[in-house]
Design a protein around this ligand. Structure first.
Ligand code: URA
Length: 316
């Protein structure tokens, strides 16, 4: 489609419209090899070669934001030299799409994929404190001292690591522990829990900021909603509501346990059955699967629902 050059340049991120006019007036913009100084000049990027200081102007891609529930055994990479199944095999083939951060091959759970580099950097950077929530099945049952060590921080090898929240959500001989953190060091959750004496046998990421795994079976993906995209961009601020509610609930339950003694409080914690996090209660709308993804055009990952209900106790 033919459009004024200053509009094309602004949309492609070269300058504001005013700035683009200035670039044109300075003779730094060419169309098919000719400098264009006239401000009303139009071009069509499908047909014309437009350059600024010799740099080719490309049509901006529609931004795509997906969340995939990665199954265990799938590798978080764009291509695997060992030809194992990758996260890219489970989502539509969209130009420039890449996973944001990574999950270990043996970890299941949420991974974001986008072709928007600025968004990815923002979500991945610890400064914005986008909380990641994990459920870990661990050997033994961590007591309050071990959980407090996780919260205060542990030095493992050369890295100092800490969780923002930690609690036992289900316990028998072994336990399921929910931890929330916002950093993203390699094997962080496994290393942390091992360091406090509770090695992880299963690990699942169940939330990233406002995005939860509810309704997404392993292998399924969906497009993020505009609210989720906005929430992820805002980082910690977006999670303040649910985090505050959780903190209040913990405070109330601590107050109730006060006077019963530490062991009674620990036992109460252990008896508590698995509960989804506050954030995990928000249901996503529609999901897609690997089979759907092959059929789907880019950017329209929402689609035909596949049976996708929340999981029950044993498989957590
Ligand atoms: N922490 C881990 O130990 N593994 C993951 O895959 C993610 C966080």
């Amino acid at each position: 489609m033919e459009e004024r050059l200053q509009k094309i340049l602004a949309r492609a991120g070269f300058a504001s419209r005013r700035g683009a006019e200035q670039l044109m007036l300075e003779g730094r913009v060419t169309r098919n090899g000719e400098a264009v100084r006239e401000l009303g000049t139009k071009a069509d990027l499908e047909r014309d070669e437009v350059r600024v200081d010799g740099v080719r102007v490309k049509a901006p891609r529609a931004a795509v934001y997906l969340v995939l529930n990665k199954p265990r055994g799938v590798v978080t990479t764009r291509s695997d030299p060992e030809r194992r199944q990758t996260v890219m095999d489970l989502v539509p083939a969209v130009a420039g799409l890449f996973p944001v951060g990574r999950l270990d091959v043996t970890t299941e759970g949420l991974i974001l994929l986008t072709n928007d580099g600025v968004f990815a950097e923002r979500v991945a950077h610890p400064r914005y404190e986008v909380p990641r929530v994990y459920l870990a099945k661990v050997h033994g049952v961590p007591d309050e001292r071990a959980l407090e060590r996780l919260r205060r921080g542990v030095k493992v090898d050369a890295d100092f690591m800490a969780v923002d929240r930690a609690r036992v959500v289900e316990a028998d001989n072994n336990a399921w522990v929910e931890v929330s953190l916002h950093e993203g060091k390699q094997h962080e959750v496994r290393r942390l829990l091992e360091a406090v004496g509770h090695p992880v046998s299963k690990l699942r990421r169940v939330a990233i900021g406002p995005v939860t795994s509810r309704g997404l079976e392993p292998g399924q993906f969906r497009a993020l909603t505009p609210e989720e995209i906005d929430g992820l961009r805002r980082g910690k601020a977006a999670a303040a509501g649910p985090m505050r509610r959780l903190a209040n609930r913990r405070h109330r339950s601590r107050a109730k346990n006060r006077g019963r003694g530490a062991s009674a409080a620990d036992a109460a914690t252990r008896r508590r059955r698995s509960r989804p996090t506050e954030a995990a209660r928000e249901a996503p709308a529609r999901v897609g699967s690997q089979a759907d993804s092959r059929r789907r055009a880019h950017g329209s990952a929402r689609g035909g629902p596949r049976a996708a209900g929340p999981r029950r106790g044993g498989r957590r």
